[in-house]
Each structure stands twice: as C-alpha cells, then as structure tokens.
Write a protein that binds this ligand. Sequence first.
Ligand SMILES: Nc1ncnc2c1ncn2[C@@H]1O[C@H](COP(=O)(O)OP(=O)(O)OP(=O)(O)O)[C@@H](O)[C@H]1O
Ligand SMILES: [Mg+2]
Length: 488
Amino acid sequence: MFSRFKKPDQSAVRAAAPASTPVRPLSEVAGQPAQPARPTTVARKPMAGGQPPSAQAVAADKEKKRKERMGEIKVELHKRLLDNLNLSALEHATEADLKQEISAIAAEAMDEIGMVLNKDERATLNQELYDEVMGLGPLEPLLKDETVNDILVNGPQQIFVERAGKLTLTDITFKDERHLLRIIDKIVSAVGRRVDESNPYVDARLADGSRFNAMVPPVAVDGSLVSIRKFKKEKLGVDDLVRFGAFTEEMAAYLQAAVATRLNVIVSGGTGSGKTTTLNALSSFIDNHERILTIEDTAELQLQQTHVGRMESRPPNVEGKGAVTQRDCLRNALRMRPDRIIVGETRGEEVIDMLQAMNTGHDGSMTTIHANSARDGISRLENMVAMAGIEMPLKAVRAQIASAVNLIVQASRLQDGSRRMTSITEITGMEGEVISMQEIFRYERLGIQPDGKIIGRFTATGVRSAFADRFKQWGYDLPPSIYEPVGT
Ligand SMILES: Nc1ncnc2c1ncn2[C@@H]1O[C@H](COP(=O)(O)OP(=O)(O)OP(=O)(O)O)[C@@H](O)[C@H]1O
Ligand SMILES: [Mg+2]
C-alpha cells in the first residue's frame, strides 16, 4: 500500500549488495543477550551489603535491558528502512505519508520478532526512526527542544545540553562512533562542507541558523566532538534581559544613551556568557535610519533595523583557497559607506581595522571580545594588535585603544548559570602609560543560597558618566540619581 516510497526492485538491490554488510535478521537481534553496561558518570547508590537486589533494582535492571534491546532493534530497523525505502522518492513525500510508511515497516518488523510495544513506546520508536531517516538522529529532539541552548557531544556516548545556563548530561546516546560520524557528515554535507581525517574540523552555520562545530578523530581523541549553539528565532531583547535580571532598567537607560549617542562599545565576556545576545540587544538602540554593516564568522546577529548589510567570513576550501576573512570583510565594509560597523567577535588581525574604523568616523561601532573583565579586555586588544604583526610601541597601541573604545560592557555567566552584566566601564583616556577607566555600574555578589543560587545586586558606583554632557546634548538627559549607589 506504500509502494510510492518503496525501492522498485528489492531483490535485485539485495543481490547486488556486497556480502560484507549483511542485514541481520531481526529475530537474531532481539534474542541477543544484553550488552555489558556502559560506563556512566553517575555514581550508583551503594547497595546494602550482601542483600539480594530489591524489587526496584530488579525492575530497573529489566527496564535497562529492554532499553538496550530496543536500541539494537532500532539500529537494525533503521538499516531495514534504508533498504526498503526509495530514498529519492523521500524528498517529495509528505511528512505524514513518510511517518505512516515508517510505522508500517516498523510494525511489520515488531510482529515478526514478536515484540509488543505500548502506544507511547511505539510513538517514540517511530519518531526516532523518522529522525534517523530524515533528520539528525539522536540530536533531533534536542534541536527541537526550545529550552536547550547548547548541545555538546563528547564522543558517541556523551551528550550534554545547556539549559538556563546549566550543563547537564542527557541519557541520549549515539549507537557508536560510526553513527555519530554519519550524522556529522549529514550535517556538514548539507551546508556544502566536508570533514574527515585529513580535514578534521569544521565550523559552519546550519540551515536554521544554528552555529555548528565538529572535530573528528584522530584529532578528537575519544570520539568526535560536536558543539551546537542553537539559533533562537526570538532573540532576547533589552526588555527580556531586564526581566531576566541580566541588568537593570537604569543600566538599560544608560546603555540606550551610550549607543544612541554613538559611543564605541565593546561587549566583553567568557564563552557562552551572553556576549552576542547583549550585542544584539544593544543594537536595538540604533536609529532605524542608519546604515549598519555586520561582519561575523557565523552570522548570528538579528538586527531589527531596515538598513542592514550582513557579511559572513568564509574559510578556505579544501585546496586552501578562497578564504574571505573578517578582516577582508571589514576593509571592504569601510568602502561601503556604513554609519556603523558591528563585528560579531573580534579575535584576530581585524582588530587593527576595527580600531581604525572606530577612530575614523565610524563611531557607534560595536564588537565583542573574549575576556573576563574590562581590564583584561584591554590586554586582549593589545595582544591582538601585537599578534597582527603591527610594530608599534605599547603606549601608542594603548593610545589607539583609548581613543577608539568608549565603553566596555562585561557579560558573565555566574556559577549558578545565571547571566549578568557584571560591569559597565567607561574608558576615559590615558594617564601616562596606562589607560584610565571608570566603572559606572557593577554587580555585587552578596552571598549564595543553600540551593547554590547566587544572591547579589546591581548598583551604580557613584561615579558620574564622563559622557553625561554628551548624552544631554543629544537629548538623553539621564537623572543624576542613576549614578547613585544602591542604599545611599
Ligand atoms: N541573560 C540571559 N538570560 C538567559 N539566557 C541567556 C542570557 N543571555 C544569553 N542567553 C542565552 O545563552 C546562550 C549563549 O548566549 P550567547 O550566544 O549570547 O553567548 P556568547 O557569549 O556570544 O557565546 P560564544 O562565546 O559561544 O560566542 C544563548 O542561547 C542565549 O540565548
Ligand atoms: Mg557569541
């Protein structure tokens, strides 16, 4: 009844298939003894010494064995599906038709081995098989799960996810390294890239906008490493971030004045601390009439303005040619009459052009850097300039930085997973050899709750902004109270 997706001549295909990859009969798989337990990072509770296992433990063991058996059956069923489905017809099949077909093939197979599944198990099995054939297998439910921000795979047996700033190990696994490699291959070939032993890592943007990085063996020692930063259709805006406690309404008012009056802003922070999110939110303060050019390695920013030109750098191809670096994009951007330039993350030689752009009329430009404090951020910039091979005395480099950068906004992911803007610091000039700065707002940690939640508060430092007059001239007359510390 589902002949539309069936391969035309199964027997011919079977006969032609190499004998080295025989499909094992399902009954054989189903009858297999359970595999030895996989190593797990979760420590088991010690059992009462010498006593027979409790009914609960027996049930858990039975459930585990059943799960393992299901895993085996799934692999075999998947092979069977690939064998039976006409893959070229799949492209035109509707999801419903395909699901129906998969469920029919699976039901037939289950009948054959006499395994009875309840309704939920059947639905899960069918969904997993569908994901395996059409999607990204075990990654599929995690990609669909809106609460998951990051997916981190450390070899086939370990998949971590990040939810609300917290990393947790899932019980989802790949069958083995080959399975994981097949999914990686599926992902990268869909975006026209390749990853293998001679080209062992890849950084790409998926069709849905998610950022994807994979590194395969032998460079990845214990199995392929994958990290996915999921693309959020609805980026967190300033209001969301205030609501989530990332910063206060006062800080938002200050940042609005800073961005609208075209200060050059750097968002600094550790990995996954919310730099890109903050940059994106800050960009909402840019006037809709301005021409904005964005440059990123992986296009993540989603600006709301109408006049936005987006650029994405490109790695070299397999022959090592055709690379377009962020620096190339930036240099070209300067010839494209931008009002503002936004570089997703400055991490290399493009720092020179970024500083120059900030110093020469493209004020109001913004970028992020990987650093743990404003001071550290400045050192990072100095290092990047030095690494770019610019022979300049340190004092001159610092003078460049001091006149280019006006504001450093520090984003942090705290121990409890919460993300906060822990400092807003202005750069006010040079004092001798040193860049002078003043912190305007900060997050103060006051303690920690028994459940690990950090107690803290945002406060102004009592220092009036060096740009207060500028803000006023531009029509952003912030009340002096905004600079008063909490509790005074
Ligand atoms: N204040 C916040 N509250 C809740 N979630 C947040 C907050 N800020 C960022 N996130 C979420 O955290 C994840 C990481 O954020 P983001 O991509 O901005 O970090 P990043 O510092 O740019 O990371 P990377 O170093 O990998 O570039 C995203 O999924 C984002 O939606
Ligand atoms: Mg980022």
